[in-house]
Design a protein around this ligand. Sequence first.
Ligand SMILES: Nc1nc2c(c(=O)[nH]1)N[C@H]1C(S)=C(S)[C@@H](COP(=O)(O)O)O[C@H]1N2
Ligand SMILES: [Mo]
Length: 321
Amino acid sequence: MSGNSHIPSSEITPEATFLNRRFFMKSSIWAGSTLATAGLYNAFTPSSEVKDIGTAIVTIKEPSMETVLAADEKVNTFKEIASYNNFYEFSTDKSSVALAAIGFVTDPWSVQVGGLVQKPRTFDLSDLHKIESVERTYRFRCVEGWSMVIPWVGFPLSRLLSMVEPMSSATHVAFETYYDIKQMPNSDSAGFDLPYVEGLRLDEAMHPLTLMATGLYGKTLPNQNGAPIRLVVPWKYGFKSIKSVVKITLTDKEPPTTWNIANAREYGFYSNVNPAVSHPRWTQANERRIGEGARRETLMFNGYAEQVAHLYKGMDLEKYF
Ligand SMILES: Nc1nc2c(c(=O)[nH]1)N[C@H]1C(S)=C(S)[C@@H](COP(=O)(O)O)O[C@H]1N2
Ligand SMILES: [Mo]
């Protein structure tokens, strides 16, 4: 069962609040008003809107990590985000995933973190809820050519990785989705081998934009969006953002990734959003923002070039697509 049982209703933020607050991020919903570690953030700005919703939550301004949306960019509605999904284990029809995933058991849950780390550890939900979370509104672009703007709740993956102390030999991070043919009705027809696996370079995984999302719109993550915990890497195509994660392994090799195994010509390991590198079936130069008519131009690194371009300095992005 998912549901919002552990979030007091007074702390659930109405959608309208997000629309007015896109330049601000809020500290942990689960941890109440706990403030983020100094050092990571350099300014705290209590917002009047937060007072309006009657909570003790303090907004945090993180200038370097702000999602600066263009003036004409709107946050997608909860309904749009929760009813148009890719989660092939449940269905390959985007509008059928929500219903197919309705009974998915996401509590109890555990995430096993190991490999090249000093302190391997299995995190259960209560351990994960103790990790300080933030709200981040990110553009999200699927390689098929649609996109949304999503207000996530989660914590930077770097916080989790720091807790297990990666060894200096670790260069990459591998992720694995929960897999149970009894709970996932489309397992045999997903079109690729399960469990779904993904990977990042360690520096990508440690980048402050990289989140483990546990909610959206201030609510617990819906099953169809990858409950109870999924990766979000906003400058990469959506398929890198692996859902319902149960295993995270630090390695010294580039990990295998589901879509690359399925079709290496179409899907590379990096999969950075790049309007200049085309895909054999879908243009990457522009995109259809869900809820809008006209197509939008796709931005380099999905609009996060300022924050992430340095990670790929000197790399041929046609080759490492
Ligand atoms: N385990 C798993 N994770 C997955 C997928 C999937 O089929 N299985 N689909 C990916 C793709 S292609 C996209 S675009 C995003 C969609 O996320 P959303 O439904 O929350 O928008 O999830 C990604 N993560
Ligand atoms: Mo996707």
